[in-house]
Design a protein around this ligand. Structure first.
Ligand SMILES: Cc1ncc(COP(=O)(O)O)c(C=O)c1O
Length: 397
């Protein structure tokens, strides 16, 4: 253990199992540790570094903005925030934007907006239906929204008004809807829950149900948005439009920034209803604008689609080779590899030893979420290491 890791153990609250490496530098899809060892990064800051590490467009925008204006409060207008709001609205089906600092905060705000709408337009309806195995963040309300009883149990009692039902089951949503329901909140594809894809008809059926009942559809695109699934937003692939959408993670390629987007008719906040000290500050918004503009101008989502298809195909080939791989699934550059037993942590550590960083999304599944700018060459490099690791695990088994 290095001296930095000893200090971390002394001073950090113990909330996460860390890989024993201290990263000091990053460029593109690569990072380096304090001893100069290089790693290919297929974790990507947990699906955050959309343009890779320290992309020149982002680094230059942040540097320039840091020399100009960093923070003013939302008592005043600032140009980077306005430009980013315009860019997001012009490139999505939504009209109004509120900026915050993280995914959990974006979802909290989205639920507040839905409750405000419920109070004004739905006779005070306030309940939100969410799905089991979802992930919406770590605040108390988002712990209640997140349908994972194991994460909820230590914090009971949780805020009320969230009903967690089975994912990919429209009948479960219908059964949970009452005259107290103001919204359904879903990830289009569940990320943290294990990269669980929606069935072909699910999102369309949910949209139709929300329309029929006059309730709102909130899409949590914090992990799936900003090109990750091969389109700028995931909803585009399912032929539906949300009433509210939340973004964070990849929005500013590593600089903390979250956003709530809403249709005009749903934007019912009035001054004083909601706010954030740092949300939408010029520094974060300059990074966000540089990121989103680059992704649109250079069709980075198209790259994520093509390279993601290649990664999926090659992983499917590995599945044929190694019997202990039971599933390969994903969309764009959000992909999981599932095993028939809980060997994901040992696979992760073996990849790490060979210079590849991956994520263990479940005890029996690895997740790959590299920067959206990677090419086939980097995928081949990662697959080469992965195959070596799987071969050695097969020999041991
Ligand atoms: C779909 C989804 N929603 C919300 C969050 C929470 O975001 P944050 O960690 O920025 O609060 C995450 C984080 O993994 C996520 O994947």
């Amino acid at each position: 253990m290095s001296k930095w890791q000893e200090l971390a153990n002394q001073y950090f609250m113990n909330t996460v199992v860390r890989v024993p490496v201290t990263l000091v530098r990053g460029e593109g899809a690569r990072v380096w540790d304090e001893d100069g060892k290089e790693y290919l990064d297929f974790v990507g800051g947990w699906a955050v570094n959309s343009l890779g590490h320290c992309h020149p467009a982002v680094a230059e925008a942040v540097t320039e903005q840091a020399r100009t204006l960093i923070q003013t409060s939302n008592q005043f207008y600032t140009i980077p925030q306005i430009r980013l709001a315009e860019l997001l609205a012009q490139n999505s089906c939504l009209h109004k934007v509120f900026f915050c600092n993280s995914g959990a905060e974006a979802n909290e705000g989205a639920v507040k907006l839905a409750r405000r709408y419920g109070k004004l337009k739905l006779n005070g309806a306030y309940e939100v239906v969410t799905t089991l195995n979802s992930f919406h963040g770590r605040t108390l309300a988002m712990t209640a929204a997140t349908g994972q009883p194991k994460s909820q149990e230590p914090y009971l009692p949780l805020p009320t008004g969230f009903i967690n039902v089975e994912y990919n089951n429209i009948e479960a949503i219908k059964a949970a809807t009452t005259n107290q329901t103001c919204a359904v909140m879903l990830e289009p594809l569940q990320g943290e829950g294990g990269v669980n894809l929606p069935s072909d008809s699910y999102l369309r059926a949910v949209r139709d149900w929300c329309d029929q009942k006059g309730i709102l559809l909130i899409l949590d695109e914090i992990q799936t948005g900003i090109g990750r699934l091969g389109t700028l937003f995931a909803y585009e692939q399912y032929g539906i439009e949300p009433d509210i959408m939340t973004l964070a993670k990849g929005l500013a390629s590593g600089v903390p920034l979250g956003a709530i987007l809403a249709k005009e008719k749903v934007s019912v906040f009035i001054p004083g209803d909601h706010g954030s000290t740092f949300g939408g500050n010029p520094l974060a918004c300059a990074a966000g604008y540089a990121t989103v503009k680059f992704i649109i101008d250079y069709d980075i989502a198209g790259n994520a689609k093509r390279v993601g298809q290649y990664l999926l195909k090659e992983l499917a080939d590995l599945k044929h080779k190694f019997q202990f791989i039971t599933d390969v699934r994903g969309c764009g550059l959000l992909v999981a590899l599932e095993f028939n037993s809980d060997i994901a942590q040992s696979a992760l550590m073996a990849c790490f030893d060979r210079g590849l960083l991956v994520n263990r999304v479940k005890p029996n599944a690895l997740r790959f979420m590299p920067p959206l700018i990677i090419g086939k060459k980097e995928v081949d490099e990662a697959l080469y290491i992965l195959e070596k690791v799987l071969s050695s695990m097969a020999t041991k088994a």
